[in-house]
Each structure stands twice: as structure tokens, then as C-alpha cells.
Design a protein around this ligand. Structure first.
Ligand code: BEZ
Length: 327
């Protein structure tokens, strides 16, 4: 039997099984790495509340922020086995498993948070989500994000020469590692919640970070040079375990999908709304600020493109979509 026929039969069997499922009360578990005060965590709590209400009190969601269930690699494993039901994940971990997602981290793919949000709402970005069930066993419901990436450092960075040899904290994933390696820095993968101490004790010289995290986690207390580069966007994806999804009735799937999508949209629009005020707040701190653009990183960008154009074939379509959405 060819692969298409096998898949068609499998989908039909799953649909039949699902249609015979009656709604069952569930207490879902949703994991994420951000601290409780972060918008991803507060919106996850809001999603839990809405789902509880809309299911007439039948379903509840317990939210586990701050990496309580492990790091994202561990959470993805739990989602794959069905030990965890849902998560809000950075695309970082997903791009380690599905390289096409690395295209979302193309340097200067977007101009800022508004452009990033438009791209993440596009059909082209939605096509990437369709890869998830087959490739990682997760259902990708939709995107959220944080603000654009910047570089906060202990010593000033005013040119690419200053990047050389910097022990620079990155979120653990390949596209960003390749970008900073190409700048001459020494990327040091560290989870978000370990960054403050690593800066404080000199384990790293600089960090790749967004305005919001710099403010809420007070990283500016430990480093006073900021390169406002806006070099990458930083998407998030709301997911449901494929195993859990298969056990749900069509009605519950619809309810979870629409409710989660609404709260992910709140994250996108929330970061759009906060960005300008956060930049203003950061500019008012006692930091030495330098601005950088694609020209500043031109050699590193060329090197990144030579690797990732091949690794992530979706890059071309995404770039075309980003061009269409540029204003
Ligand atoms: C980070 O790893 O830098 C990060 C992760 C989630 C939200 C914000 C930042």
C-alpha cells in the first residue's frame, strides 16, 4: 500500500474513533518556561480560565510556568508521550527538530514587532505549523511571540570587531548559534531563568535578549551596554500533544483550538502594544546605547544565509511573504 493510501486510512480511522468519543471532563496540564509574571504565563492562565468557562466547568487547565516540568526539550518529550497535554514553546526547540522553522530566525527577515506579527498571522507561517504533527507528533495551534532580539553586554559593542570572543548567552537552538558564531562571538546556550546569575557571576559577557525580558528580569542591573539591533524576531507556538489530540472529541478539539488561538493572538497583539513603551523605558535607564542594522552584521548574515537557505527550504517562501507584508 502506498504512503498516501496508508495515511488516508489512518486519518479516516482516527476521525471515526474521534467522532465516537463523547466529551470527557479533563484536567489538562500546560507547561512553559517563562516566569509567572511574563505575558506568556499570564495569557496561559487566561486561556485556562476561558476554557474552563466555555466548557461549562467541565475542563480545567493547570499551568506550570518557570520550567517546573523541565526545559523545552524535556517538555517536547513529555508531549510526545502524552505525559504533558499542552505547552507554549519557543520556536527554538521546534527548530532544533524541524529545521524549516529555523527560517523564522533569518536575520532582519522582519523590520520590527508589527511586521513580525503580520508574518506570524500569514498563511505561509501557518504552513509551517502543518509540519508539526508528522515531524514531532505535536499539533501547532498558532503563534505568539516576544519582542525583537537585542544584545545587552558588560563591555560596549560598537562594531562587529567587538563581538569577537564575547561569551554571549543564547537560547539553546541552532539558527541563533550559527548567527553568533558567524559574528565571531562564542555562543553560550543558557535557559532564560539562568541568565541573571550567569551575567552576575561573569559566566557570560553578553546576552541575546528582548526588551521585555531585560525589564522584567532586571538584566540591566548586571550589564550596562545595549546594542539595539532588532536582528531577529522570537516567535512562540501553542501546542497540544498529538496523542492527547487523538483522544479528544471533535467538539473538544474545536473548543481548545479556537480558545488557545484567541489567547495566542492576545500575546501577539500584547507585544505589539508594549514594544514602543518598553523601548522608551529602556532608553530612560542608565545604559550606553548603540544602534545596529543589517549593515552592521552583513558578513555574519551572509554566512548564516549560506547555511540556512539549504537547511530551511521554507526560507524563500517566508521571505517573499515578509516582503509582501512590509509597510
Ligand atoms: C529567551 O530564551 O531568551 C526567552 C525565552 C522565552 C521568552 C523570552 C525570552
Amino acid at each position: 500500500m502506498n504512503r498516501i493510501k496508508t495515511l488516508t486510512l489512518a486519518v479516516a480511522a482516527t476521525a471515526l474513533a474521534a467522532s465516537s468519543l463523547t466529551a470527557q471532563a479533563r484536567d489538562f496540564r500546560l507547561g512553559l518556561i517563562t516566569p509567572p509574571q511574563h505575558m506568556w504565563s499570564t495569557e496561559a492562565e487566561a486561556f485556562a480560565e476561558t476554557l474552563h468557562e466555555r466548557s461549562g466547568g467541565e475542563h480545567s487547565v493547570s499551568v506550570f510556568p518557570a520550567q517546573q516540568l523541565g526545559n523545552e526539550a524535556q517538555m517536547v518529550q513529555q508531549l510526545q508521550t502524552g505525559a504533558l497535554d499542552m505547552a507554549f514553546l519557543t520556536i527554538a526547540e521546534i527548530s532544533n527538530r524541524i529545521p524549516d522553522f529555523g527560517a523564522l530566525y533569518a536575520p532582519y527577515l522582519v523590520d520590527g514587532v508589527d511586521h513580525a506579527a503580520r508574518l506570524l498571522r500569514s498563511d505561509t507561517a501557518a504552513e509551517l505549523l502543518e509540519l508539526m504533527p508528522a515531524e514531532v507528533g505535536l499539533v501547532g495551534v498558532g503563534y505568539g511571540m516576544v519582542g525583537m532580539r537585542q544584545v545587552l553586554s558588560r563591555d560596549p559593542i560598537v562594531s562587529m570587531d567587538d563581538m569577537r570572543g564575547q561569551r554571549l548567552r543564547i537560547t539553546p537552538f541552532e539558527p541563533i548559534r550559527d548567527f553568533y558564531t558567524a559574528t565571531g562571538a562564542a555562543p553560550a546556550p543558557l535557559p532564560l531563568l539562568e541568565v541573571y546569575d550567569a551575567l552576575a557571576n561573569g559566566q557570560v559577557d553578553a546576552i541575546d535578549m528582548d526588551f521585555d525580558s531585560i525589564l522584567i528580569l532586571k538584566f540591566y542591573e548586571q550589564a550596562d551596554n545595549l546594542l539595539i539591533s532588532n536582528h531577529m524576531m522570537f516567535p512562540m507556538v501553542g501546542v497540544v500533544s498529538g496523542r492527547v489530540w487523538r483522544e479528544l472529541s471533535a467538539e473538544d478539539r474545536e473548543l481548545i483550538e479556537t480558545t488557545m488561538a484567541e489567547h495566542l493572538e492576545n500575546v501577539l497583539s500584547g507585544f505589539q502594544e508594549m514594544d514602543a513603551a518598553q523601548e522608551e523605558e529602556i532608553r530612560a535607564l542608565d545604559l550606553n546605547i548603540v544602534e545596529a542594522d543589517a549593515e552592521f552584521f552583513s558578513e555574519a548574515i551572509a554566512e548564516w544565509e549560506s547555511t540556512w537557505a539549504e537547511k530551511a527550504p521554507m526560507l524563500e517562501a517566508l521571505r517573499e511573504e515578509a516582503e509582501r507584508l512590509r509597510q
